[in-house]
Write a protein that binds this ligand. Structure first.
Ligand SMILES: Cc1ncc(COP(=O)(O)O)c(C=O)c1O
Length: 393
């Protein structure tokens, strides 16, 4: 629990927010969110030097809107026109937006080119459309190439230009005939919760070797080496994993930097190291607060019905919940544990949030669902109830 908000230290603030704001409500601990950013940024500076954290908006739009990472200097990593508009509305200049994703309509490519965003091109079709747009509109887009290969345990991502079958080399040939496009970056991204730093080493090494072998003058040309996101936070072991050994962020940064140094200069003359984490930045610091509506006894179990729902915390399917009980005055309730089932308040029979031993609770008590910051809120529909807001404390 040491990675999550220490409720006893924030009892007054949490109590006030829940009294005024009601439940269900996401609560974000500003100091934890800021700490994750600082840890990552300091590690990147230590192991590489010039570096940029691009906050992956889709991981939590409420966190993007709170401005907490933006205020610290994070760029915006976006993957759709809607996310791009959000970044612009929040005041990001185009030069601090990284546009990723497999679906970039012409209008979005046009806007991002005009704004000077860094466009990480995903595939040949997108590249050719971008060249056409640049020609017609007389634009000089800044581009990166997303590349991928067959990685240990993860396999070959469906995104990006394959380094293995000639796709990436074809992209370079296409770019060579399109001088309007400025190739400034290389990009790769591993699956979420990739816990083995050696997988990042392989990905970074292949990207560097590709640059060295196929991009003439790559030391001057490539200004951004972007190793994506996927770095684990401190959530429990995903249900699909038999082994789970997440390291501290420094281990991932050190490994990536070590691999890249074989190809790139890590001094001020070399490229900027870019990381685009989502879960690492948001998971630990944000929890969902719900309230007990009523309890009953069924077949020797305490059955709790709360005002949350699986639709508000859909990653329950992905990894187990960490739920703690608190009194209405936010005192922890830890005694008298009994076999318990916790249900949410939608009409679905299977709105099941937790099964296991749990302290006895009563109507009005709070349930705090920890490690809830990554993907839950952004995957939460307005199903029956509105998707919860977030307050920072
Ligand atoms: C290109 C890209 N960058 C960054 C991220 C953020 O990943 P995570 O939240 O696992 O750090 C994702 C997530 O899918 C992604 O696709």
């Amino acid at each position: 629990m040491q990675y999550y908000p220490q409720i006893d230290q924030h009892r007054a603030a949490v109590s006030r927010i829940l009294r005024d704001g009601g439940t269900p409500l996401f609560l974000g601990d500003r100091s934890i969110l800021e700490n994750r950013y600082h840890e990552l940024q300091a590690s990147m500076q230590r192991h590489w030097g010039r570096s940029i954290v691009g906050y992956s908006f889709k991981t939590n739009y409420l966190a993007a809107e709170s401005g907490v990472f933006q205020a610290l200097g994070a760029w915006a990593e976006v993957v759709s026109g809607r996310e791009y508009e959000l970044a612009k509305r929040l005041g990001y200049p185009g030069s601090q937006i990284i546009l990723n994703g497999p679906h970039k309509p012409d209008s979005l490519l046009h806007t991002a080119s005009r704004d000077g965003a860094l466009i990480n091109v995903n595939d040949q079709n997108e590249l050719e459309r971008l060249i056409g747009i640049a020609r017609v509109e007389d634009l000089t887009p800044r581009v990166g190439l997303r590349v991928s290969s067959n990685l240990p345990r993860l396999g070959h991502s469906r995104f990006g230009f394959s380094l293995e079958n000639g796709e990436a080399i074809t992209a370079l040939r296409t770019l060579a005939d399109a001088p309007a496009l400025q190739l400034q970056g290389l990009h790769t991204h591993a699956y979420g919760d990739t816990d083995d730093p050696e997988i990042y080493r392989v990905a970074a090494d292949r990207m560097g070797r590709f640059a060295q072998q196929h991009i003439p003058g790559y030391e001057q040309k490539i200004r951004f080496v972007d190793v994506g996101g996927g770095y684990p936070a401190h959530s429990p072991k995903p249900k699909s994993r038999t082994e789970w050994a997440p390291r501290e962020i420094d281990a991932y940064v050190a490994t990536v930097a070590d691999a890249l140094r074989s190809y790139f200069d890590s001094s001020d003359k070399g490229p900027c190291l870019v990381m685009e984490p989502g879960r690492y930045l948001t998971c630990d610091g944000i929890l969902l607060a719900t309230q007990v509506l009523h309890t009953l006894e069924r077949d020797g179990r305490q059955v709790i019905n709360c005002d949350g729902s699986i639709s508000m915390i859909p990653l329950t399917h992905y990894c187990p919940q960490i739920i703690k009980a608190y009194s209405p005055t936010i005192e922890p309730k830890t005694k008298d544990e009994v076999p318990t089932t916790i249900y949410g308040s939608t009409c679905r029979e299977n709105d099941l949030l937790y099964q296991g031993d749990f302290p006895r609770v009563a109507r009005g008590d709070y349930l705090l669902h920890f490690a809830a910051g990554a993907y839950n809120s952004s995957l939460s529909p307005d199903f029956i109830f509105a998707s919860p807001r977030m307050e920072l404390f």
